[in-house]
Design a binder for this molecule. Structure first.
Ligand SMILES: NC(=O)c1ccc[n+]([C@@H]2O[C@H](COP(=O)([O-])OP(=O)(O)OC[C@H]3O[C@@H](n4cnc5c(N)ncnc54)[C@H](O)[C@@H]3O)[C@@H](O)[C@H]2O)c1
Ligand SMILES: [Fe+2]
Length: 391
C-alpha cells in the first residue's frame, strides 16, 4: 500500500523571520489578532516586507476558536485587497482562520461545514500561505487541518484537505517569548497530545512515528523549562520545533479520542484547546491501553523514551499516563475538570452535549479502542473528579 506524507518548507531558529526577505511575491495580506498585533511582532514582519517593496495589509480581527462568520470577514478582506500571499501570524486560531479564509478566497461559495479531504480547492492558484506560529502547540503551521466553529451552535469541528498544508512555516522563537505561562503550558500540552495520539492512531506510519517519538522526548525536556523561564530562547525554540514535529505526526496520522473529548469541551465549556485535550490525554491512555495489546505496546514505546519501563505494556501505559499528569501538575495545567474550575452544576448541565459533540468528532474513529456514548460519558465523569480510568 502506498502512503503520502505532506509538510511545508520549515524555516526555524532565532532570526529565521529574516528569511522573509527571500519570499517571492508582491502583495501580502497578514491575518493576526489584536493581542499579537500589540506585541510588535506584526510590525517586525511588515517592516521586512516593506523594505522589500511589498504592499501589505494587516487584518487583526481573528478570535480564539474562530467562527465561520469571522473566517468570512477575513476572506472578504483578502479578496478586496487582492493578495498573492497570505501570512498568518498567531496561534492555532489565527492560522486556522487564515487557512479557512484561503479556501473561501479560492471558492467564495464553499460551505466550510461540508469541506472534505477530496474537494479540489485550487487555493494555490490564488495565493500561497505562510504560517508564523506565536504559540508552541497546535502545529497548524504544518498540518492540512482546520478547526473552526459553527456560529449557530458553537460546535467546533475539524476537517482536513491535502491542499491546506501551508507552503512555508517560519518558527521564530522570539515571537513566542511573551506567551504567558498558562498558555505556554496549555499549548505545550496540545503538542504532547498530538505526538501521543499520532503514535497510536489508525493511520500511524513510520514517518509519523519518528516525528512523534522525537516530539515526546523534547516536550518532556523543554516544556517545563519554557514555563519556568519564559525568556529562555533555547527552550522556546525547542518547543516550537517539537510542536511542529507533533503537528507533522498527527497531521499525517490523525488525532484520536483525547481530541474528540477536548474539542467538545472547547465547544460546550469554552475551555482552551490545549488545556482540554491535555487534560483528557491520560484518561484516554488508561482507557485505550486496556485489552488492546498493540495500543499498550505503542504507549510503552513512548514511555520508554522518558525512562519508564516494566514488563507488562498495559501497566507501563498507566505509568505513562501518570507521568503526563505529573508533568501537567509541574507546569500548572489542570489534570481534571474541577481543577479547571468547572462546577458540578455546569458539568451536570453540559454532560449530554459534551457526549453528543464528542461522538460527532471525526478523530474518535481513529482511536485504538472503540467507544460508545455510554463510555464517553463515564470517561468525562472520571475526568470531572480526577479519578484514573479503570474500565
Ligand atoms: N489546524 C490544526 O492543525 C490545529 C491543531 C490543534 C489545534 N487547533 C486549533 O487551534 C486553536 C488553538 O490555538 P492555540 O492553542 O495556539 O491558541 P489561540 O490561537 O487560540 O491563542 C490563545 C490566546 O493566546 C494569545 N497569544 C497567541 N500568541 C501569543 C503570544 N506570543 N504572546 C501573547 N499572547 C499570545 C492569543 O491572542 C489568544 O488570546 C483551537 O481552535 C484549536 O482547535 C488547530
Ligand atoms: Fe490539538
Amino acid at each position: 500500500m502506498s502512503w503520502q506524507f505532506d509538510i511545508p518548507r520549515v524555516i526555524f531558529g532565532e532570526d529565521s523571520i529574516e528569511e522573509l526577505e527571500l519570499l517571492a511575491g508582491e502583495s501580502a495580506f497578514i491575518i493576526t489578532d489584536t493581542v499579537i498585533n500589540k506585541l510588535g511582532i506584526v510590525d517586525r514582519v511588515t517592516q521586512i516586507l516593506a523594505d522589500n517593496q511589498w504592499s501589505v495589509a494587516v487584518w487583526d480581527c481573528a478570535e480564539p476558536d474562530p467562527r465561520i462568520s469571522t473566517v468570512r470577514q477575513a476572506a472578504e478582506g483578502i479578496r478586496n485587497f487582492g493578495a498573492d500571499t497570505i501570512l498568518a501570524i498567531g496561534g492555532g486560531s489565527v492560522m486556522d482562520t487564515a487557512k479557512a479564509a484561503w479556501v473561501l478566497y479560492a471558492k467564495p461559495d464553499m460551505d466550510l461545514t461540508a469541506l472534505t479531504p477530496f474537494d479540489e480547492l485550487g487555493v494555490r492558484e490564488k495565493a500561497k500561505l505562510v504560517c508564523i506560529p506565536t504559540t508552541a502547540g497546535t502545529g497548524s503551521e504544518v498540518t492540512r487541518a482546520i478547526v473552526i466553529r459553527e456560529d449557530e451552535t458553537g460546535r467546533k469541528f475539524a476537517t482536513i484537505n491535502p491542499e491546506l498544508t501551508p507552503d512555508i512555516a517560519i518558527l521564530e522563537p522570539v515571537f513566542v517569548k511573551d506567551l504567558p505561562k498558562n498558555l505556554t503550558a496549555y499549548t505545550g500540552m496540545d503538542a504532547l497530545t498530538h505526538a501521543v495520539e499520532g503514535y497510536v492512531s489508525s493511520w500511524k506510519n513510520d514517518i509519523s512515528d519518528g516525528c512523534s517519538m522525537k516530539a515526546v522526548k523534547m516536550i518532556f525536556e523543554w516544556l517545563p523549562k519554557s514555563v519556568e523561564n519564559p525568556e529562555d530562547l533555547v527552550a522556546r525554540e525547542k518547543m516550537l520545533v517539537a510542536a511542529s514535529l507533533a503537528g507533522m505526526a498527527f497531521g499525517n496520522a490523525q488525532a484520536a479520542l483525547a481530541h474528540s473529548l477536548g474539542h467538545s469541551m472547547g465547544s460546550v465549556l469554552r475551555l482552551q484547546h490545549g488545556l482540554s485535550v491535555g487534560m483528557a490525554l491520560p484518561y484516554t491512555i488508561e482507557y485505550s491501553c486496556k485489552g488492546e495489546p498493540d495500543a499498550a505496546r505503542h504507549y510503552s514505546e513512548l514511555a520508554s523514551l522518558i525512562g519508564i519501563s516494566g514488563k507488562r505494556h498495559e501497566h507501563v501505559s498507566r505509568k505513562f499516563a501518570q507521568a503526563i499528569r505529573e508533568l501537567m501538575e509541574r507546569i500548572g495545567s489542570p489534570t481534571n475538570m474541577k481543577a479547571a474550575k468547572v462546577t458540578k452544576k455546569a458539568f451536570k448541565a453540559s454532560i449530554d452535549k459534551l457526549v453528543q459533540y464528542a461522538m460527532m468528532d471525526a478523530a474518535i474513529s481513529m482511536n485504538p479502542r472503540n467507544t460508545d456514548s455510554g463510555i464517553i460519558r463515564r470517561i468525562y465523569e472520571y475526568m470531572f473528579e480526577g479519578n484514573p480510568v479503570d474500565f
